[in-house]
Design a protein around this ligand. Structure first.
Ligand SMILES: *Cc1c(COP(=O)(O)O)cnc(C)c1O
Length: 486
């Protein structure tokens, strides 16, 4: 195959775009004419400059726009242009600057404190550009062998970087994939568990299946349960309390499961969380797995946000007992410098995922090169056929920042400057760390869930810290006449 430099040779003049007669396909017939190298370079530079300027001026915009619903729809034409105007790209970019940016919430602003962060990095953004430029669809191994194999390599790299057990990695008989979001990961895991259970007890008993979570679990799980056909009143959201730092109690879980068994129902699935959305509570994985195992229940760990903290070995203890889980997922796009979207999911027994989500090989998806080989066809690991080449971005991010680099970034946030606020509420153990640092003590691996009864715990202190930082920001804004300073 021609190397890119040859392939995007200047002999191609974008005939398709400018209406001239198509270039004669003589010298390099293998080269597509969809990409005009000169136009691409010019527009590419415009976009890179645009993004660089956007970041440079981020602090000039209010983080949240003061607009009312319909503000943009009222100014844009109701129909797409039938022909492009002259310099359509430049004029569209100007509209992005003048019409669209002023109506955006600036998630990358250092003063954006809502939700969990959507982390981005130079390499993450450029990785996205590479993915879009190369534009392959790796649904089977044969559909893009290197994309599939890079994904296998990178999920093992990432799993090792996060100190996950070998049994979840390809290297240990498990395996992982890169999906868009945690909502997808949780649904895929649940569907695998459901079909495994129904194969044992018979499909007709789907109405007997019961799933478990805590009252802090992300709504993604309830949604997944609905999609997977679990009855609405068979989703047990077990009550948590402040004294337990809002962690799911193994005793309560055991009681709930036993009550369901006694009622003739079938416990199916537990969604445990490391870093809940409300308070970043951490469920005690090991003890919950012991309870779940006694009822033949699949355990999934949703570590969408806080999972990134596991690059720091000193936080590995928050997932103690993780060897017993069936599946695990985290969003690298929340706190691991991989721009949207990138959710990594690992399963201990890929065959169960494939049994639920695999499709009969259609004739057009068969390929002689993979025939007879045990290859991974990632379309069988998720709901969709078309998939993105996310592995390329994740690989670049891990390669260019390194595992230690990622650890350093997490610790920076832990250090408790403005970034701590930007990162939202930190995981409970991280919050404990902030407290120790504030006390001027050396950071030590702390208890996963602190907070003795009746005494303010790390979350309280973090809120207090947040309040102080917000007050600081407000004072600063006031001092600068309301214009935020970067
Ligand atoms: C963000 C988050 C989710 C949802 O993640 P998506 O990738 O948006 O689906 C689920 N669980 C937790 C704990 C989260 O923080």
């Amino acid at each position: 195959m021609a190397p890119p430099s040859q392939c995007f040779d200047a002999t191609m003049h974008g005939a398709a775009h400018n209406g001239a007669a198509p270039a004669v396909a003589d010298a390099k017939p293998q080269c597509p004419t969809v990409l005009d190298a000169d136009v691409f370079r010019r527009q590419g530079h415009q976009v890179i400059d645009f993004i660089a300027e956007y970041y440079g001026g981020m602090g000039d915009h209010p983080v949240h726009p003061s607009v009312t619903p319909g503000f943009l729809r009222n100014v844009l034409p109701a129909e797409a242009p039938s022909r492009p105007e002259p310099d359509a790209f430049g004029s569209a970019l100007r509209d992005v600057r003048d019409l669209i940016l002023p109506g955006m919430t600036h998630w990358q602003s250092p003063r954006h404190f809502a939700h969990f962060p959507a982390s981005s990095s130079t390499v993450g953004a450029l990785g996205e550009a590479l993915i879009a430029g190369i534009n392959v669809v790796p649904f089977t191994w044969a559909a893009s062998p290197a994309a599939t194999e890079l994904e296998m390599v990178v999920v093992d790299w990432l799993g090792k970087a996060l100190h996950l057990p070998e049994s979840l990695l390809f290297a240990g008989g498990g395996g992982g994939t890169l999906l868009g979001t945690s909502c997808e990961a949780i649904l895929c895991a649940l569907v695998a568990a459901r079909d495994k259970k129904l194969a044992e007890i018979g499909e007709r008993r789907i109405g007997d299946l019961v799933v478990y979570c805590s009252d802090q679990t992300h709504f993604a799980f309830r949604k997944a349960a609905r999609i997977a056909g679990i009855l609405r009143d068979h989703c047990r959201a077990i009550h948590t309390c402040r004294e337990d730092m809002f962690a799911l109690s193994p005793t309560e879980l055991q009681a709930a499961m036993q009550a369901d068994v006694d009622a003739g129902l079938v416990p199916l699935f537990l969604c445990a969380t490391v870093g809940t959305t409300q308070t970043t509570a951490v469920d005690p994985i090991g003890k919950l797995c012991t309870v779940a195992a006694s009822h033949g229940v699949w355990v999934h760990v949703d570590a969408a946000y806080a999972g990134s903290a596991l690059v720091c070995p000193e936080f590995r203890h928050v997932i103690d007992g993780v060897e017993a889980v069936d599946s695990f997922s985290m969003n690298a796009h929340k706190w691991l410098l991989a721009n949207n979207d990138c959710c990594a999911m690992w399963v201990k027994r890929p065959s169960e995922l494939i049994a639920a989500l695999g499709t009969e090989q259609e004739y057009i998806l068969k390929d002689a090169a993979s025939e007879g080989h045990d290859v991974v066809d990632y379309k069988d690991w998720t709901m969709t056929l078309t998939r993105r080449f996310r592995a390329l971005k994740m690989w670049l991010v891990l390669r260019c920042y390194g595992v230690r680099g990622h650890g350093a970034r997490r610790r920076e946030v832990r250090g408790g400057d403005g970034q701590a606020v930007r990162a939202g509420v930190l995981p409970a153990p991280v919050a404990g760390e902030v407290r120790r640092r504030e006390d001027g003590q050396r950071a030590q691996p702390g208890p996963a869930r602190g907070g003795e009864r009746g005494r303010p715990g790390p979350i309280h202190e973090l809120r207090e810290r947040r309040r102080r930082l917000h007050a600081q920001v407000r004072r600063r804004e006031h001092a600068h006449g309301g214009v935020p300073r970067r």
